[in-house]
Design a binder for this molecule. Structure first.
Ligand code: URA
Length: 223
């Protein structure tokens, strides 16, 4: 592992101690968090995962059981991006393994006619927000560089954002409602991005499933 990565890990450990209330004095000027998250991240998914496993850049890391980095085919043409881990994901350290995960898997298998292992699945935040609340702007800002790096390493042809939160934080478009933008094909970071509804919304509103069906048919054609 190169020197820069181990320096970054040390830095993340310092932030962890700071989050427990320790004060850090150095004769050198310490790097502000905003700069820390801009520092180059590893160009390798396994190293990036290791790196995330040391992250304490926000308070979510304190209360989580497991980091949920993401999983799937590292050469996937299709990547799904959700909001953040729920209870089951937090327990198992894997994305979309609860009830909404079961529905997502079904959508992948039946509508896209793909296997779950063929796609890549990640979230905006890698630690569970308490009580499954929506991650706030600061939490998303600190975690987003990891997702952006995952996208740049996997280079999917199409990204599907699941729900309003993933769409907003990933694209920075905080205005457009998900009901207006879903199903559109947008250009994003050298890939195509298709926003759709979150599976947990579909569990509460089964009549909206038909919209996701249309969106996935569009995604299938793009692939
Ligand atoms: N909801 C999400 O947004 N992500 C998960 O991983 C699980 C549920």
């Amino acid at each position: 592992m190169n020197r820069q990565i181990s320096q970054l890990k040390e830095l993340l450990d310092l932030y962890r101690l700071q989050s427990f209330g320790y004060e850090y004095f150095s004769t050198k000027k310490s790097m502000p968090v905003s700069e820390a998250v801009n520092v180059e991240l590893p160009d390798d998914l396994e190293q990036l995962k290791e790196f995330v496993y040391h992250c304490h850049l926000c308070d979510l890391a304190k209360r989580k059981t497991n980091y949920v980095f993401g999983e799937g085919n590292v050469n996937a043409k299709l990547m799904f991006v959700g909001e953040g881990p729920g209870q089951r994901e937090d327990e198992l350290g894997r994305p979309f393994v609860g009830r909404s995960g079961e529905l997502l898997t079904k959508i992948i298998e039946t509508t896209l006619e793909m296997k779950r292992e063929d796609v890549y699945i990640a979230n905006v935040v890698k630690c569970r927000p308490p009580g499954n609340r929506v991650p706030n702007q600061e939490e998303a800002d600190r975690c987003l560089p990891y997702l952006i790096k995952q996208i740049s390493l996997i280079q999917p042809k199409v990204i599907v954002t699941l729900g309003a939160t993933a769409y907003k934080y990933l694209t920075g478009d905080m205005e457009t409602p998900i009901s207006k933008i879903r199903g559109e094909v947008l250009e994003f970071a050298n890939t195509l991005l298709v926003p759709t509804f979150h599976p947990s919304f579909l569990l509460r509103n089964p009549s909206a499933k038909r919209f996701v069906y249309y969106d996935m048919k569009k995604v299938k054609a793009l692939l």
